[in-house]
Design a protein around this ligand. Structure first.
Ligand code: SAM
Length: 261
């Protein structure tokens, strides 16, 4: 998909977590979480909606973008984390995808059938300002009548209660790295904003790296209202089949006139 230069960013440049932006950690994202059966549901939705052109917002290491490109779709993947895009660019499918280092607010002109946010990308936008600007950018990039599909954790399930060392500690052997020990610990919960630290102990030298993250747990009503304000009407809310009861998978359609409600 040919892309032309993008717009000026209306809010401060996003600073992605080290887990995605640190060149030592981004290559570990796929091997530490190799089961991407969560993406099957999205691939099915792409078919259901008849999309042929897709913008994957927060594409990370590009697994979903590559999956769609390998099926012949025209795909743009955008992410602010250069190290993750470098991983994506090294994948066999990479030449079939247009990769953009940036975010939804600075995209070049597009008119895609579908925008996607897999892997709970919707939760990284903590402030109302960043979320509204992102949705406005998505609405501009989707053609009238096109769709946005996103997932966001069900706040009532309070997933963060299990983000502690006892529940998350893991040890994985990775080629070229050796033993990788990981765990996650919540550092702060303030209303619907949860901060946590992921720790990685790498290889025989036991190098310790950390990544600090903050996620917003919006209610379905908040998500629906914010989408509506951007001219994206919720037409369906589903479950994530691999995480029943834990995720809202929201399908929104861009209003033809892009009028805000
Ligand atoms: C949990 S990862 C999900 C990646 C990918 N969608 C997947 O399913 O594997 C969250 C991604 O959001 C990206 N991200 C952070 N801030 C962003 C922003 N302002 N706009 C777009 N993506 C952003 C991160 O760099 C990271 O790649």
């Amino acid at each position: 998909m040919p892309v032309r230069p993008g717009r000026r960013r209306p809010y401060p440049r996003p600073v992605p977590d080290a887990a995605f932006a640190d060149p030592r950690l981004a290559p570990l994202y796929d091997p530490l979480d190799p089961d991407r059966s969560d993406l099957d549901h999205y691939a099915t939705l792409v078919d259901e909606l008849g999309a042929r052109t897709v913008l994957d917002v927060g594409c990370g290491t590009g697994t979903f973008a590559c999956l769609l490109a390998s099926r012949g779709l025209d795909v743009v993947g955008v992410d602010p984390a250069r190290a993750s895009l470098d991983v994506a660019r090294g994948k066999p499918c990479a030449d079939a995808v247009t990769w953009i280092e940036g975010d939804a607010t600075t995209l070049p002109p597009l008119a895609v059938d579908l925008a996607t946010m897999t892997g709970n990308v919707a939760q990284v936008f903590v402030t109302d300002e960043a979320w509204a600007a992102t949705l406005a950018g998505v609405a501009r990039a989707v053609r009238p009548g096109g769709h946005l599909v996103l997932e966001t954790r069900v706040p009532e399930r309070r997933a963060w209660l299990e983000w502690d060392r006892a529940h998350t500690h893991d040890v994985t052997e990775l080629d070229g790295v050796g033993r990788v020990e990981t765990w996650t610990e919540v550092t702060e919960v303030r209303d619907d904003v949860v901060s946590f630290r992921s720790t990685y102990v790498l290889g025989p030298a036991h190098e310790v790296l950390t990544s600090d993250s903050t996620l917003r747990f919006r209610s379905l009503a908040q998500v629906t209202a914010s989408l509506g304000a951007a001219g994206l009407d919720v037409v369906d809310v589903r479950e994530a089949p691999d995480r029943p009861g834990r995720e809202h998978v929201v399908v929104a359609r861009r209003r033809p006139d892009r009028a805000a409600s």
